[in-house]
Design a protein around this ligand. Structure first.
Ligand code: FAD
Length: 407
């Protein structure tokens, strides 16, 4: 097993005892990440989506890891999925972003809110890796405040007809099913979540977004829904409670992002230690220059600062999953996941920046092991709640709901 990953497993074991089955799943995760490494780099250089990401997820049965056994999963829980994203995050954020959407905010949301029919029809094939999920909340004019969305549905007999545009959707052009949010056009304007099949008439991938600053290996798309019809069976959660579904999905999602960020920090640290030992300037390895040591020490501190809030938030979230009516615990998790996401994403970006500095000019190249980490980590301060929204959420949880400044 990768040494850095083994240390993280040991660290988390101090808070949570993994079973032998979970430990062998983590061995498998490690192997899968090694297999992805070669092609991930190649695709990154070409600025193209890595189609091996879903293939490797399927080959190693990764989507099913945190899903309940009754739905074809391993039942290994959230903490194994956190470590998975951390391990893949050493390479880039391509895989963690795919997995965050497919599993953290996709499959786990279906598991929580889906009917038995929906779980049979949609969750099981996703758990098997045969089908891929996306989550479409953001629109061109509704990002930080999804309540401003313009996508609408109308009721026509026992069918719903959806119209709208969704923007910046991860897995958007590779997904088989999408959790889509739209507001009622002819009723109270409330938002409902729907499960749509991308083979449906009226679904179109309008644009594949390839001009991003980084995250090249992850699929991001703009989607159009034009008179797309779904049956009542495709409503996810209660009618009019779509934002409730979305916000509960984001609790898991923010853990998925934070754990991918831990991988960025791990990857940065590994790379600088090896570079600082090998690269010679002014007659000695650069690791003997104290200012270079400072960069290394900063990254290590960032890892410790980001790791424990993420692990603790994931542990508390697992407890909440077993006690879903506990409102106090839910509020604590809302706070803890925002803190973890905010800290981990900020420190991942800073760590990758330190790593680029230690690598010097070569660090500014995608050919170096830190170029992708630097380019990818920037987005983690934006998606699934920006830095600013996380700050406001943290403050309002402490001050009280009447101080909420972001809705
Ligand atoms: C690569 C990528 C993948 C993504 N994948 C998905 C996906 O799969 N599904 C999905 O639904 N979305 C996805 N998103 C969208 C992402 O969640 C949004 O970009 C994010 O929520 C921010 O929305 P916005 O871009 O519209 O920025 P805006 O909301 O326009 O914000 C612009 C700036 O204003 C600040 N701001 C906004 N409101 C406030 C406020 N009240 N107080 C203080 N500051 C404020 C923000 O923090 C930010 O700095 C993805 C985005 C990217 C870049």
């Amino acid at each position: 097993m990768d040494e850095t990953f083994r240390k993280s497993v040991e660290d988390l074991q101090r808070l949570h005892k993994f079973t032998d089955d979970e430990l062998s799943i983590l061995e498998k995760v490690d192997k899968a990440a090694d297999e992805l490494a070669a092609t991930e780099f190649e695709h990154y250089l070409k600025h193209e989506v890595n189609t091996d990401i879903p293939k490797i997820a399927k080959k190693y049965g990764l989507a099913r890891i945190p899903i309940g056994k009754e739905y074809g999963g391993d039942g290994a829980g959230l903490l194994s999925a956190v470590l998975l994203n951390q391990r893949f995050g050493q390479l880039s954020l391509g895989f963690p972003t795919f997995y965050d959407v497919d599993v953290f905010i996709g499959a786990l949301t279906l598991q929580k809110w889906g009917t038995e029919l929906q779980k049979e029809r949609y969750l099981k094939p996703v758990a098997m890796g045969d089908k891929i999920l996306a989550f479409a909340l953001t629109e061109p004019e509704a990002g930080s405040n999804p309540a401003e969305m313009k996508s609408v549905y109308t009721k026509s007999g026992d069918r719903f007809v959806i119209n709208g545009t969704k923007y910046l959707i991860t897995n958007g052009s590779i997904a088989d099913y999408i959790i889509v949010f739209a507001r009622s056009a002819d009723g109270d304007g409330k938002i409902t979540a729907f499960l749509i099949d991308t083979k449906s008439k009226g679904f179109e991938v309008q644009m594949h977004l390839s001009e991003k600053v980084g995250l090249f290996t992850s699929d991001t798309a703009m989607l159009e829904f034009r008179d797309l019809e779904v049956s009542e069976e495709c409503v996810l959660g209660e009618m009019g409670k779509g934002l409730h579904v979305a916000y509960s999905a984001l609790l898991n999602g923010r853990l998925g992002i934070a754990s991918g960020c831990l991988g960025t920090i791990d990857g940065s640290l590994k790379a600088v230690i090896s570079r600082a030992r090998e690269r010679v300037q002014h007659g000695k390895p650069i690791g003997k220059h104290q200012l270079v040591q400072e960069h290394i020490a900063e990254i290590k501190q960032n890892l410790e600062k980001a790791k424990w809030p993420t692990y603790l938030a994931a542990i508390r979230k697992s407890e909440y999953d077993n006690d879903p009516d506990n409102r106090t615990l839910m509020e604590e998790i809302d706070l803890k996941t925002a803190v973890a996401k905010k800290i981990a994403s900020r420190l991942a970006f800073e760590s990758a920046d330190h790593a680029v500095q230690v690598f010097g000019g070569f660090g500014y190249s995608l050919l170096s092991p830190v170029g992708a980490l630097f380019c990818d980590s920037r987005v983690t301060r934006i998606y699934e709640g920006t830095d600013e929204i996380m700050e406001l959420k943290i403050a309002s949880r402490l001050l009280g709901k009447e101080f909420e400044a972001y809705s």
